[in-house]
Design a protein around this ligand. Structure first.
Ligand SMILES: [Zn+2]
Length: 412
C-alpha cells in the first residue's frame, strides 16, 4: 500500500513536469541536396543529430503522373512543407510565387491562430520566404505576423559583395546561422524556419563535384551550431525541442546541376530529426515533404482545425496513425477505395464531395458514403446520384485523415 502510494506520487510528479515542458520546433531547409549525397559524405554533426533521432529518405514531387504531381523546384518544395499540400492546392509552381493560394494555411499561421502568444521566427537569405510564402502582413494570408525575422541579406550588396563564385552566399548562410543560433539560445521562439541556400548554388554551378560536397560539409558545421543551441535550451530550460533538417529537391542523375523534373534522384529527398522514435508510417511507407507540417503540428500539440486537416496531403511522422497509402479509383459510378491499416481498431468514415469550394475560401458539403472498420482496408461507394468529373474523397480515421482527388478527364 505504502509502496503503491509512493509510485502514484512519483508518477504524478513526472507527468506534471512533462506537461510543463514547452514544445518548440525548428525546421531547416538546406537547398537542393540529393539523398545519395547526404548519405555518402562524412557529416559528423548531422550524424550526431541522427544518433539522437533518426534519418529517413522521403520524397518531393507529389504522386508522379497524377493530379498532384509537383515540380521539384525550390519555392514549390518550401510551400509543400509549410502547408502540407502539393502544388495543385498551394499553387506555387515556380520561384516567382505569383499567386500562392493562402486558403491552404501554413504551419506558422495555424500556430499563431491557435496560440497567439507563441512566438515564430524565420532566418533566411531570401525575403520572399517570409513576405510571399508565409504571407507576413498580408490580409489574404490572415495577417500573419512573424515575430522575429532575419532575412533579405541577398539584397545587402555592401556587406555581402556579390562575387561570381557566389562565396557571398556562403557568408549569408553563415550570418543566417549565427542569427538563428543566437536567437534560439536567447529567445527560444516556439517555431522557427531556417533556410540555407549555398548548397544549391554550388550544385547549379559545379554539379556533382568536390565544390558541391564541400558546401554540404559546411552545412554540417552550421547544423552543429544550431544543434548546440537547441541542446543548450533543452538542458537549461523546461523545453523539448524538435529539430528537422530536410531539403527541397534532389538533382538530376546525369550532372547534378539541374532539378525541376520528376526523375528518381530529383524526387528523392531525406529528413534528419532529433526525434527519438518516428512512427510506423515513417518507417514502412513512403513519407514525403508534405508530412512535415502535420508532424510539427503533432509535436507542438496543435489541434489542426477539421476543415484544414481534411485538405492536408501529409501524414504525421510522429504519434499514432490509423491509415496510409490510400488509393481511389472511379469505376462506372462507383469509387473503389483502398488503404493500408496501421492500426486494427476504429472505423474509417468515407466522405465524398463533388465541389472544391475550399480552394476559393468556401465550404464543401461532404456526404458520408460509408463507415467501415479500419482493418477492412477497402470500401466501394456508389456515387451514381452525384455524377461529376471531379470527386474529393476524405478518409477520416481515428488518428489521421487522408485526402484524395479523382479528376476524370485525367483518367487513362
Ligand atoms: Zn532548391
Amino acid at each position: 500500500m505504502h509502496k503503491k502510494m509512493i509510485f502514484i506520487a512519483l508518477a504524478c510528479i513526472s507527468l506534471s513536469s512533462y506537461a510543463q515542458r514547452a514544445k518548440k520546433a525548428v525546421f531547416v531547409i538546406a537547398d537542393g541536396i540529393p539523398a545519395d549525397v547526404v548519405e555518402k559524405l562524412n557529416l559528423p554533426n548531422i550524424k550526431r543529430i541522427i544518433k539522437d533521432g533518426n534519418y529517413t529518405r522521403i520524397h518531393v514531387g507529389g504522386d508522379k503522373g497524377t493530379y498532384n504531381q509537383t515540380p521539384t523546384i525550390s519555392a514549390v518544395g518550401y510551400n509543400s512543407l509549410l502547408t502540407g499540400t502539393w502544388v495543385n492546392k498551394h499553387n506555387v509552381p515556380d520561384n516567382d510565387i505569383n499567386e500562392p493560394n493562402y486558403n491552404y494555411q501554413n504551419i506558422f499561421r495555424l500556430i499563431k491562430t491557435q496560440y497567439p502568444v507563441k512566438k515564430t521566427a524565420i532566418f533566411s537569405s531570401w525575403t520572399d520566404n517570409r513576405t510571399k510564402l508565409l504571407g507576413h502582413n498580408l490580409p489574404a494570408a490572415g495577417n500573419l505576423q512573424v515575430d522575429q525575422y532575419f532575412d533579405g541579406y541577398e539584397l545587402d550588396t555592401v556587406n555581402f559583395k556579390h562575387d561570381k563564385q557566389r562565396a557571398f552566399m556562403h557568408q549569408i548562410d553563415e550570418k543566417v546561422v549565427a542569427e538563428a543560433a543566437a536567437t534560439l539560445k536567447k529567445d527560444a521562439p516556439d517555431l522557427s524556419w531556417v533556410y540555407l541556400e549555398y548548397t544549391d548554388d554550388m550544385g547549379h554551378m559545379y554539379g556533382d563535384s568536390p565544390q558541391f560536397y564541400h558546401a554540404v560539409e559546411q552545412l554540417d558545421v552550421q547544423m552543429g551550431k544550431l544543434y548546440d543551441a537547441i541542446n543548450y535550451r533543452t538542458k537549461n530550460f523546461k523545453e523539448d525541442w524538435l529539430l528537422i533538417l530536410t531539403t527541397d529537391h534532389g538533382r538530376d542523375e546525369k550532372t547534378g546541376r539541374g532539378h525541376g523534373g520528376q526523375s528518381q534522384r530529383q524526387r528523392t529527398t531525406w529528413l534528419v530529426s532529433n526525434y527519438p522514435a518516428l512512427n510506423t508510417y515513417a518507417a514502412y511507407y513512403q513519407p514525403a515533404i508534405v508530412d512535415i507540417m502535420p508532424s510539427i503540428a503533432r509535436f507542438m500539440g496543435l489541434s489542426v482545425p477539421k476543415e484544414v486537416a481534411q485538405e492536408v496531403d501529409g501524414t504525421p511522422l510522429i504519434g499514432p496513425v490509423s491509415i496510409a497509402d490510400a488509393q481511389v479509383n472511379f469505376i462506372q459510378n462507383q469509387i473503389d477505395i483502398s488503404w493500408k491499416a496501421l492500426e486494427t481498431k476504429g472505423d474509417v468514415n468515407v466522405w465524398v464531395t463533388t465541389t472544391n469550394n475550399y480552394k476559393t475560401g468556401g465550404t464543401d458539403h461532404y456526404q458520408l458514403l460509408a463507415k467501415v472498420p479500419v482493418n477492412n482496408k477497402h470500401a466501394l461507394v456508389n456515387v451514381s446520384n452525384i455524377p461529376s468529373a471531379f470527386y474529393k474523397v476524405v478518409l477520416e480515421a481515428p488518428n489521421n485523415t487522408i485526402n484524395k482527388w479523382i479528376v476524370l478527364d485525367q483518367q487513362q
